[in-house]
Design a protein around this ligand. Structure first.
Ligand code: HEM
Length: 453
């Protein structure tokens, strides 16, 4: 248990890998956990032997957070889960093809305006990044966006944030490993229950509002989900509860992750301003003044190398989500009995000295030179049956948001070097940078064709 209460668990588990190797076992109460620390062993479990390791731990607290195990992220692998994931995956795909690019462009433009309005003052941008990421999801889900001051949006975020933070706390995880503790008073657990009830109330209100609208939005994910359920294509396995929990999954999975990643990117760039200059120059040369499209990515290798390097150094879901062996199996030749909990340490895999040279340094150029690492070893979204459901949404967001920001702004510290952000991070379920202030200095307009294409 001591091992799991460490304040930066991914770093701690990565350090243990130096002593015990890329796969080792931890005992926590009555739960056996196996930690995987290299992309080779993670791929073996999650991709090659996906059908052995696609389960989720059956957990007392996970069950409460996931509406009785009906969320995709925490639901165990079974027929109902497969139908649920399939339904949401096809709704997302449909909606991505139709409107995702426009939705992200709109939010990127809006973010640009928000930054312009700061007029060079030093600010913490984390909330603006959260609003941008969250608006992408609420627009996809309901066809609805909010501004930062919206009390509805603030309520939703404070409650989702609280749930993620509380659920990651050792007060809560202890209840899973030591059932006897459930009999004792636990104020943190009481708060979690309250926040889950608040979350469900807000999502229910949103879904009811959506259903009562006269004009339905054919592009909205909610519409696809509701239609999918009505058509009974899923042999009655899925109900309104699944639409509700899918909405929670998309909001939780798609907001803090993308926002944390943007925050990390700006923080790293403040430490290496010459990387900003290189990306800006590439954008100017290749795009000749216009704003980028996602299809431009193959012509923007410097920007893509920056995105990959931030995903490598700070995978925002550093320990993914725990998996469970659903039958006896093996990893790297070791016997793994049924019900073993598997922790894919993505942070560890991304800092593996056998794969990455100088693994702790921020060096986007490693992805350009072909040395010091391999893109195959980059696994920020996991893999196999449990691959991040929002991977394609996230990739387009990271690309367009970063391109828009670096085209128009230079990110500099408020005063001296002393105010550069601390890059160690705070690790819970999501790995975040400690809050910092930055000046978003508008770049001089260099091209007369400075219009949105
Ligand atoms: C799961 C990473 C953005 C929705 C995951 C997992 C990782 C991950 C590592 C766990 C995989 C596993 O269990 O092995 C990331 C990163 C993101 C990101 C690095 C952005 C930088 C998003 C977005 C969405 C999303 C934008 C929604 C639109 C989900 C869902 C799951 C998930 C629903 C659960 C999948 C399942 O259990 O089957 N993500 N994610 N994520 N993610 Fe993401």
């Amino acid at each position: 248990m001591m091992e799991l209460t460490h304040d930066h668990l991914p770093i701690h588990l990565t350090n243990l890998a130096q002593r015990y190797g890329s796969i080792y076992r931890l005992q926590c109460g009555n739960t056996t956990m196996v930690v995987l620390n290299s992309s080779k062993v993670i791929r073996e479990a999650l991709v090659k032997k996906w059908s052995d390791f696609a389960g989720r731990p059956i957990s007392y607290t996970g069950n409460i957070v996931s509406g009785g195990g009906h969320a995709i992220s925490l639901g165990d692998y079974n027929e109902e889960w497969r139908a649920h994931r399939r339904l949401v995956h096809s709704a997302l795909q449909r909606c991505c093809q139709k409107s995702l690019h426009d939705v992200i462009e709109r939010q990127a433009m809006h973010l640009r305006k928000v930054l312009m309005d700061y007029r060079g003052s030093a600010v913490d941008l984390s909330e603006d990044f959260t609003v941008a990421a969250s608006n992408v999801i609420t627009t996809l889900a309901f066809g609805k966006e909010y501004d930062k001051s919206s009390s509805e949006l603030q309520q939703l975020h404070s409650c989702l944030n609280e749930i993620v933070a509380l659920w990651g706390s050792s007060w809560i995880s202890a209840l899973d490993s030591f059932p006897l503790l459930r009999k004792l008073p636990n104020p943190v657990f009481d708060r979690l229950l309250k926040e889950v009830a608040r979350r469900d109330e807000i999502i229910r209100r949103h879904l009811n509002n959506y259903k009562s609208q006269d004009q339905k939005n054919e592009d909205a994910i909610t519409e696809s989900l509701l239609q999918g359920i009505e058509k009974h294509e899923n042999e009655g396995l899925l109900t309104d509860v699944h639409v509700h929990m899918a909405t929670v999954d998309l909001l939780i999975g798609g907001t803090e992750t993308t926002a944390a990643w943007l925050n990390w990117t700006v923080a790293f760039l403040m430490h290496r301003p010459e990387v900003q200059t290189r990306v800006h120059e590439e954008l100017c040369t290749v795009l000749e003044g216009r704003y980028p499209k996602y299809s431009d990515r193959h012509r923007l290798p410097v920007l893509c190398s920056l995105i990959s390097e931030v995903l490598r150094l700070r995978p925002v879901a550093p320990l993914a989500v725990p998996h469970r062996a659903i039958r006896d199996s093996s990893i790297a030749g070791y016997f793994i009995p049924k019900n073993t909990v598997i922790i894919p340490n993505l942070f560890g895999a991304h800092h593996d000295p056998a794969v990455w040279s100088d693994p702790y340094s921020f060096k986007p150029e490693r992805f350009l030179e072909g040395g010091g690492g391999s893109s195959r070893a980059l696994i920020p979204f996991g893999g196999g049956a449990r691959l991040c459901l929002g991977e394609s949404v996230a990739k387009m967001e990271l690309f367009l948001f970063t391109a828009y920001l670096l085209r128009d702004f230079q990110f500099v510290p408020a005063e001296s070097k002393a105010s550069l952000p601390d890059l160690r991070g705070v690790a819970s379920v999501v790995l975040k940078v400690k809050s910092y202030k930055v000046v978003a200095r508008p770049r001089p307009v260099t091209n007369p064709r400075d219009t949105v294409a």
